[in-house]
Design a protein around this ligand. Structure first.
Ligand code: ADP
Length: 525
């Protein structure tokens, strides 16, 4: 790359954020995007749902000219073209499903040189008119989706895929092939037919980082939790990620006072100060950097022994990327992610108050839900994490839940009581007030609103306050209750909760928070 990997990487990250609306690459995507953008021939094998399309869509915007995308399914092509156009990218398709106007528009954009991505059904390659057009169009690279369709022995064989190798030679451009089919015979066939035997840069690694220990904990005196975690790893290099700039400074000072070498880092600092921290971190052993997510890109230190999140990351993708900075040398590394209702409230309101269109907001809530599902997981974290990225058959034994499986219980009744408390109080209150109602705590606020007269008042006396906090946190984690940013975080029931309320489904909750609750249970009033 002419401007060095970090220059291109940061441009790629900006496009990832601004055009696609994602805050981090999914596992594997960053390296593939880099290789494709550089002009390598690439064969990338990623599980279904892993995010292959971004690996050619993003480089298409980094490279001059038009990217030719060959894909076997018309419906899929149309979906992608629609998505890209909504994101403001000039994309078009030439398929048999086109109207005449659609086809004309694509030809015009091609002639003007404004089209960035051209989707083409493989059948079109047989057409000499298409071939002539492609020769003139300024194609920068060819992306082949579902590349296993070139395999004559596979059940998805598409004879027209056999024309792609010849096209690559004729256009003399790099080619990036994508598939989820990992068996080695198919790979050999892809290399033979699409790359005509020339070995491409191949990306087939599982996304698992087995040396990284995964752990989450509900916030319970978070500063002390981070200090304890760091104290047990004194002298090791680590990163603490915080949700705000202000917090990085406070926590770095606290760590310093506890005898660690620690400094803070965030995007609001002078470039020179930031560089100084980066250099120190790279060179010194045992430095702790307390940072916002601004720290990390371009940090290539193999022996970071731990990463802690003092606040919940933005999405499951950000989480994976940030913890992935630990243990690049393959030696054991540890992580801890803290989370609590305030994080959920903050992240939800950031999405709701952002400027993204409604579909993107819904997708962002979905990705946050995935991370919360991981935080509240009841079985192996690695399975949950990698399962989200499409990987199956995972062996772990290296996460907090494998080491000590949580005790679970049927939480259906508790959840229904909590939902009823929220509904009967007009979905206008936060967890604190609802817990007062459930535990029969007749505070002034409860009395003023007449909530001590509700049938729900006191129905949850069997559990203590802290236990109910655990229930509410898990309910927010499972997206049964959502804080409404427009109403100061009042908890509102979601559609997901309806079947539970109706008694059509049941729910299992973790008892860990309830155990802790038992010890600090206050006497019922
Ligand atoms: P594949 O073709 O590998 O099956 P897709 O390209 O259709 O997968 O992507 C699957 C889903 O993942 C899509 O909904 C896409 O929007 C989402 N996705 C892809 N990359 C990211 C990312 N970096 N962050 C968040 N979501 C992503």
């Amino acid at each position: 790359m002419p401007d060095g990997p970090s220059g291109n990487l940061s441009e790629a990250s900006a496009i990832l954020r601004d055009v696609f609306g994602f805050d981090a690459f999914r596992p594997g995507q960053g390296e593939i995007v880099e290789a494709v953008a550089r002009g390598d021939n690439v064969l990338a094998i990623m599980p279904t749902g892993g995010g292959k399309s971004l690996c050619f869509q993003l480089p298409a915007l980094l490279r001059p000219g038009v990217t030719l995308v060959i894909s076997p399914l018309i419906a899929l092509m149309r979906d992608q073209v629609r998505g890209l156009r909504e994101a403001g990218v000039a994309a078009g398709a030439l398929t048999s499903g086109n109207t005449e106007e659609e086809t004309d528009a694509v030809w015009t954009q091609l002639a003007e040189g404004t089209l960035k991505l051209l989707y083409l059904a493989p059948e079109r390659l047989a057409n000499t008119g298409t071939q002539r057009m492609l020769a003139r169009a300024g194609v920068s690279f060819i992306a082949v989706d579902e590349a296993h369709c070139v395999s004559q022995w596979g059940h998805d064989f598409r004879p027209d895929y056999l024309r792609i190798g010849e096209l690559r030679r004729a256009l003399d451009v790099p080619l990036a092939a994508f598939t989820a089919t990992a068996d080695s015979e198919t790979q050999v066939e892809i290399v033979q037919r699409l790359f005509e035997g020339e070995q491409p840069s191949t990306f087939l690694h599982g996304f698992d980082r087995p040396n990284i220990h995964l752990a989450f904990a509900a916030k319970d005196g978070p500063r002390a939790q981070i200090l304890n975690f760091a104290a047990a790893r004194k002298g090791q290099s680590g990163i603490v990620y915080c949700g705000t700039r202000a917090k990085t400074e406070g926590l770095a000072t606290a760590l310093g006072q506890a005898g660690h070498a620690a400094c803070h880092y965030h995007g609001g600092m002078e470039a020179e100060d930031r560089r100084h921290v980066e250099t120190r971190f790279q060179q010194e052993d045992g430095l702790i950097v307390v940072a916002t997510v601004a720290f990390g890109m371009g940090v290539d230190k193999p022996d970071i022994r731990w990463v802690a999140h003092a606040d919940l990351p933005k999405s499951i993708e950000s989480y994976y990327q940030e913890i992935g900075r630990a243990g690049r040398d393959g030696a054991p590394a540890e992580t801890l992610t803290l989370f609590g209702p305030d994080d959920i409230r903050l992240r939800r309101s950031q999405i709701d108050e952002g400027l993204a269109p409604p579909e993107r907001q819904a997708a962002d809530h979905g990705r946050l839900n995935a991370l919360l599902g991981l935080a509240e997981a009841q079985k192996c974290r690695r399975e949950t994490l990698l399962g989200y990225f499409g990987e199956t058959e995972i062996t772990c034994g290296n996460c907090d839940l494998c080491e000590s499986p949580p005790e679970v219980f049927d939480g259906t009744e508790a959840v229904r009581k909590a939902l009823s408390a929220a509904l009967r109080t007009g979905e206008s209150f936060g967890a604190g007030h609802l817990i007062d109602v459930l535990t029969g705590n007749a505070t002034d606020k409860v009395k003023q609103r007449g909530h001590d007269a509700l049938p729900t008042f006191g129905v949850g006396r069997d559990l203590g306050k802290a236990a109910w906090q655990g229930v509410f946190r898990q309910m927010m984690g499972f997206d049964l209750l959502r804080p409404d940013a427009a109403r100061h975080g009042a908890l509102v029931m979601t559609e997901t909760a309806r079947p539970l309320l109706r008694g059509e489904t049941t729910i299992t909750l973790r008892r860990d928070s309830l155990n802790r609750a038992a010890s600090d249970r206050r006497p019922a009033i």
